[in-house]
Design a protein around this ligand. Structure first.
Ligand code: GLU
Ligand code: MG
Length: 443
């Protein structure tokens, strides 16, 4: 990872003709926000003196305690390659602080840092590699998004069937300019659906990368007259978009999930981590799968998980252990979707896994059969539980999981849950086209 000092930033800003600096942070639902300043304010930026009014940011402060300070993480400095090439624009991701110099408890990046500090106290570094899926859709005459695509391609197809290849290419090139190591990109299963994978990183950087990735993909698609969406299930009847999350713990530079003598060459810690994630995955679903729409993806038949099981290979299981071993040994959790707040989602996954390790949990037996083909009775016999079926159930599961509640902290927990309850209420009181078609004539 690049590390920058204040002097480096001042030098690069001048050498590279940077005029604007966007100071970024996210609200509790993972929306990237920013305030832009010009280079004339560089001293203030680097002395943590830029102030924002948090009262209008979702889940931040109340009106009478709204002043907050942005402390840029210098190592996140990057020039935005899609902005003009003279008088350039750069960004810095910031931590949010209170006027008294304490970290703001409503800052999701702080939640992740706290979870990481806990891992560090146990001697662990946490690495995360996300697999980001998204759709590219056409826009209408007014430039508004539609759910139409001219693309009829499927998994790994290429041009001329794949109509999104040129946009993926541009996204990859621009992200590389920003310091990403792009490992693979391809057309996904559904028409209009794509995936770009970038190299794993320590968890904080991985979460920063996810918000940067979403910004880049949406911006570059827009420049091409298309609309990119990370909505988990934009079209009924075809695959939705996931954010499979590959996780590993390192101690003294060594991947501790790997044990050459262990069952499947996995260590005791790896099994306990899996068990911990399985124990808390229902409680953290409202975080990893945050939208009403998220639960329309988590249904049988579309390569998205629904049932709580793990397997070394079986893609119908919620947790898969990819074949790689040694330093690349990892646990892949398949439920998170790309609409999540990555800081909170990664913090929740880590805490769940650490809880498994601390309590020495053991996971249930591996499931090697296709779980989607099992009847409810068979699943019961195997003791296979399900993910929450909708956002309401997910909120209830979160309320009943004190470990995940504690990870979020009281401030974010309360704002998050009340926001999500409002979202559910808004949804459940709507009359949908499906209802009209189904009931209007018959009743
Ligand atoms: N799109 C699928 C999902 O919703 C995953 C497909 C894949 O295995 O990459 O999780
Ligand atoms: Mg995929």
């Amino acid at each position: 990872m690049k590390t920058y000092t204040k002097e480096d930033i001042i030098r690069i800003v001048s050498e590279e003709d940077v005029e604007f600096i966007r100071l970024q942070f996210t609200d509790i639902f993972g929306q990237l926000k920013n305030v832009a300043v010009t280079r004339s304010q560089m001293e203030k930026v680097l002395n943590n003196e830029i102030m924002i009014d948090g009262s209008s940011i979702e889940g931040f402060t109340r009106i009478h305690e709204s002043d907050q300070y942005l402390r840029p993480d210098l190592n996140t400095f990057a020039i935005l390659p899609w902005q003009p090439s003279t008088r350039k624009t750069a960004r810095l991701i910031c931590d949010v602080y209170n006027p008294d110099g304490t970290p703001f408890v409503g800052d999701p990046r702080y939640v992740l840092k706290k979870a990481l500090a806990r891992a560090e106290a146990m001697g662990y570094a946490f690495n995360v590699g996300p697999e980001m899926e998204f759709f590219l859709f056409e826009t209408d005459e007014k430039g508004l998004p539609t759910s139409r695509t001219t693309d009829a391609a499927g998994y790994f197809d290429m041009a001329p069937i794949d109509h999104g290849g040129h946009v993926r290419r541009e996204i990859c090139l621009m992200l590389e300019e920003m310091g990403f190591e792009i490992e693979a990109s391809h057309h996904e299963v559904a028409e209009g659906q794509h995936e770009i994978d970038f190299r794993y990183a320590d968890a904080l950087k991985a979460a920063d990368n996810i918000v940067t990735f979403r910004m880049a993909v949406k911006t570059i698609a827009q420049m091409r007259g298309l609309h990119a969406t990370f909505m988990p299930k934009p079209v009924f009847g075809i695959n939705g978009s996931g954010m499979h999350t590959n996780m590993s713990l390192f101690k003294d530079g060594k991947n501790i999930f790997f044990d050459p003598n262990g069952e499947k060459q996995l260590s005791k810690e790896a099994y306990s981590f899996i068990a911990g994630v399985l124990a808390h995955v229902r409680g953290m679903a409202a975080i990893t799968n945050p939208l009403v729409n998220s639960y329309k993806r988590l249904v049988p038949g579309y390569e998205a998980p629904c049932y709580l099981a793990w397997s070394a290979s079986n893609r119908s299981a919620l947790i898969r252990i990819p074949a790689a071993r040694g330093q690349s040994t990892r646990v892949e959790l398949r439920c998170p979707d790309p609409a999540c707040n990555p800081y909170l989602a990664i913090a929740a996954c880590l805490t769940a896994g650490l809880d498994g390790i601390e309590k020495g949990m053991t996971p249930p037996m591996e499931i090697t059969e296709n779980i989607f083909a099992m009847s409810e009775d068979e699943r019961k016999r195997h003791g296979i539980d399900s993910l929450p079926g909708n956002l309401k159930e997910a909120i209830e599961c979160l309320e009943n999981d004190p470990i995940i509640v504690d990870t979020l902290g009281a401030h974010i927990y309360q704002s998050y849950v009340s926001g999500k309850k409002r979202e559910w209420d808004e949804y459940r009181t709507r009359v949908t086209d499906w209802e009209l078609k189904k009931y209007m004539v018959v009743y």
